[in-house]
Ligand binder design. Structure first.
Ligand SMILES: CC(C)(COP(=O)(O)OP(=O)(O)OC[C@H]1O[C@@H](n2cnc3c(N)ncnc32)[C@H](O)[C@@H]1OP(=O)(O)O)[C@@H](O)C(=O)NCCC(=O)NCCS
Length: 173
């Protein structure tokens, strides 16, 4: 399978925040943002793998800024690393100022998707080759995040999480 670049999976979804999607403070409801991010990330994972993809885990979400009703929100998702059957997708959320049109970062999240066949069995995906400095940075840290996610899900023993151990344990040599 030929390796792909993050730009080949980049998915951009722009939409307005409607009153029915807000909480009692008239800011975007967190679950609605999670759904928008899941949709964009799912399309990115599908573009990378050209397979059916399912959300395996939500590894990180930062609700850094509230998003008022009427805001124009852009969700940008791209595969940040591909493993054997799973893909990490990094999502950046931008809010557009109503008057100046300037974009500011509202939120970000990291989801993991798995490519599956018609029976739901995990299936291999192409490798990812990062290009920009940011893509390389996200690629490098992705294995650490995968191990953390697997440990938290009870699917990996902490002693097997080599990348995480390296963060905390000094090399004796
Ligand atoms: C996601 C799913 C296919 C994984 O199945 P599984 O039996 O755990 O499969 P495997 O153990 O072979 O894991 C497949 C890949 O997922 C990765 N994975 C599984 N759970 C993970 C987690 N919590 N975090 C990160 N990666 C995970 C594995 O590391 C493996 O990656 P790799 O092949 O790239 O190394 C399965 O759990 C599933 O179908 N879940 C439901 C998905 C769904 O319906 N999502 C929508 C929820 S509403």
């Amino acid at each position: 399978m030929q390796a792909k670049k993050p730009s080949e999976s980049r998915t951009t979804m722009t939409d307005m925040v409607l009153p029915s999607e807000t909480n009692p403070l008239n800011n975007l409801f967190g679950g609605e943002l999670l759904a928008r991010m899941d949709r964009a990330a799912s399309i990115a994972a599908r573009r990378h793998s050209r397979r059916i993809t399912v959300t395996a885990s939500v590894n990180h979400v930062a609700f850094n800024q509230s998003v008022p009703v009427g805001s124009v929100l852009t969700v940008e998702a791209a595969v940040s690393r591909a493993f054997k059957t799973s893909m990490e997708v990094y999502i950046d959320v931008w809010m557009e100022d109503r008057f100046s049109g300037e974009r500011s970062k509202a939120n970000e999240a990291i989801y993991t998707f798995v490519a599956v066949d018609e029976t739901g069995k995990p299936t291999e995906v192409p490798e990812l080759t990062p290009e920009t400095d940011l893509e390389k940075e996200r690629f490098e840290a992705a294995l650490r995040r995968k191990q953390l996610s697997l440990v938290l899900a009870g699917k990996m023993k902490p002693s097997e999480a080599t990348e995480l151990r390296a963060l905390f344990i000094d090399d004796p040599s």
